[in-house]
Design a protein around this ligand. Structure first.
Ligand code: UDX
Length: 435
């Protein structure tokens, strides 16, 4: 089957490459000529493990091509995916749908064969109706249907997630569109991935509800971690203890500095806006957004406390290890490190940092921070070392070496280390929600 993917960002590129790997004939389209040029040369615009290899092998097999020309790219495609960005709109937090609608218009103006138009971008309830209206108005004179097919892949694990999804959600009331979508995903039935067909509106809401629920889980355990610190309990045990209840589930109960990234912050905000518009407020999500924002700043204060409080902290030096919102990505969007660096700078603390992939994108977001060539270069002379993001490289730091070049103070915001072990090494050790 021929598939067109409009938008070659995180979701578009990974989905396009995986569809090609399934054996489909895929064209990835993007209006950014620099991005398309670099993809044609095998250079990935994002850091994602395994992506360059997957793209390379499918390009060589002739199943994956790139173009900036939408009309050419969608020619003969039976399924045309819209996977452009839906960032938070400046000022009001609504999802900005201008890119989605612009693409819908261009598809409408150029469509010459029957095709299913699929929104893969995360879009608010009702967007599919609008896309259908725009296409209808453009009056392509051929049969088309509009389906919703949200994507649940995680950055850093994108290819594995795409190929082994917990479920594939398809929202459409159209039988022909169901058939086309079943063909698109057929190879996944072999690994028993279930396909859930719903109405288009339900499918659109499923994506937001899933992300909001996960944000609730994380925020809940983060608040339990704060309580653990007060009452002398261990949040790792609490997590394990509640997660063993099948109704709760063990995943997404890892306490930390608060969630960040390209999805949870923007999708929770957009869900609040939809709920507001329809006068059905989602108060739990409202609280989660506020608590999570406050938490990122509070982590800065936690580091300052480890330095002996506000007065003692002034003029001291802190090394931040890991800046991206999570490991195995170079994505800095809404990363807790940004708020932490800001809180430290406000307190007159000098900050150095090292991240395996994120420093390029981090630089403009934290201009006061000195980026270093390695973890130990950042740690050299520091009064405290802070693990902000749990890259594997920080899981086995040489504590003796740190003691030789810096103060033995470790603030572990991801609970990577065993408190007893680190303390036995002569360190002051602060973690999240553990005595
Ligand atoms: C998320 C969703 O998981 C994915 O389904 C959706 O399609 C896009 O958003 P992603 O943003 O790539 O994916 O990252 P994820 O691994 O879910 O982590 C999100 C944030 O939550 C990170 O900042 C992470 O550090 C944090 N997190 C996650 C926790 O603090 N604790 C946890 O237990 C899990």
């Amino acid at each position: 089957m021929k598939i067109a993917m409009v938008g070659s960002g995180y979701v578009g590129l990974v989905s396009g490459a995986c569809f090609a790997d399934f054996g489909h004939d895929v064209v990835c389209i993007d209006k950014d000529p620099a991005k398309i040029d670099s993809l044609k040369n095998g250079v990935m615009p994002i850091y994602e493990p395994g992506l360059a290899e997957l793209v390379g092998s499918n390009v060589r097999a002739g199943r994956l091509t790139f173009t900036t020309d939408l009309a050419e790219g969608i020619a003969d495609a039976s399924a045309i995916f819209i996977a452009v960005g839906t960032p938070s709109r400046r000022g009001d937090g609504h999802a900005d749908l201008s890119f989605v609608y612009a693409v819908a218009e261009e598809i409408g103006a150029n469509l010459k064969q029957p095709a299913v138009i699929v929104t893969k971008s995360t879009v608010p309830v009702g967007t599919g109706d609008e896309v259908e209206r725009i296409l209808g108005e453009a009056n392509p004179g051929v049969k088309f249907a509009v389906a919703s097919n949200p994507e649940f892949l995680r950055e850093g694990a994108a290819i594995g997630d795409f190929k082994h999804p917990d479920r594939i959600v398809v929202g459409t009331e159209d039988d022909w569109a169901r058939g086309v979508m079943t063909e698109v995903y057929r190879p996944l039935f072999l690994n028993k991935s279930p396909m859930l067909f719903t109405s288009r509106r339900s499918s659109e809401l499923i994506k937001y509800a899933a992300n909001a629920f996960l944000a609730v889980k994380i925020t809940f355990i983060n608040e339990m971690a704060d309580l653990c610190e007060k009452v002398g309990a261990d949040v790792q045990d609490v997590s394990r203890g509640i997660g063993m209840d099948g109704r709760i589930g063990a995943k997404f109960l890892h306490a930390g500095p608060g969630y960040g990234g390209s999805c949870f912050p923007k999708d929770t905000l957009a869900l609040l806006k939809t709920a507001e518009d329809y006068e059905a407020p989602t108060r739990i999500v409202e609280a989660v957004v506020k608590v999570n924002d406050a938490r990122k700043r509070a982590m800065g204060r936690k580091v300052i406390e480890a330095l002996g409080g506000m007065d003692a902290a002034r003029g001291k030096k802190v090394a931040l290890l890991g800046l991206t919102f999570k490991p195995n990505t170079d994505d800095m969007r809404d990363a807790p490190a940004i708020a932490i660096a800001l809180a430290l700078a406000d307190a007159g603390v000098e900050v150095t940092a090292y991240d395996p992939e994120g420093m390029e994108l981090a630089k403009p977001l934290m201009p006061d921070v000195t980026m270093c060539a390695s973890a130990y270069a950042a740690i050299e002379g520091a009064d405290a070392t802070v693990i902000v993001t749990e890259w594997d490289a920080f899981r086995a730091l040489d504590l003796d070496r740190i003691k030789r070049i810096a103060a033995p103070v470790l603030v572990d915001l991801r609970n990577v280390y065993d408190p007893a072990e680190v303390r036995a090494n002569g360190f002051t050790y602060v973690s999240v929600g553990r005595p």
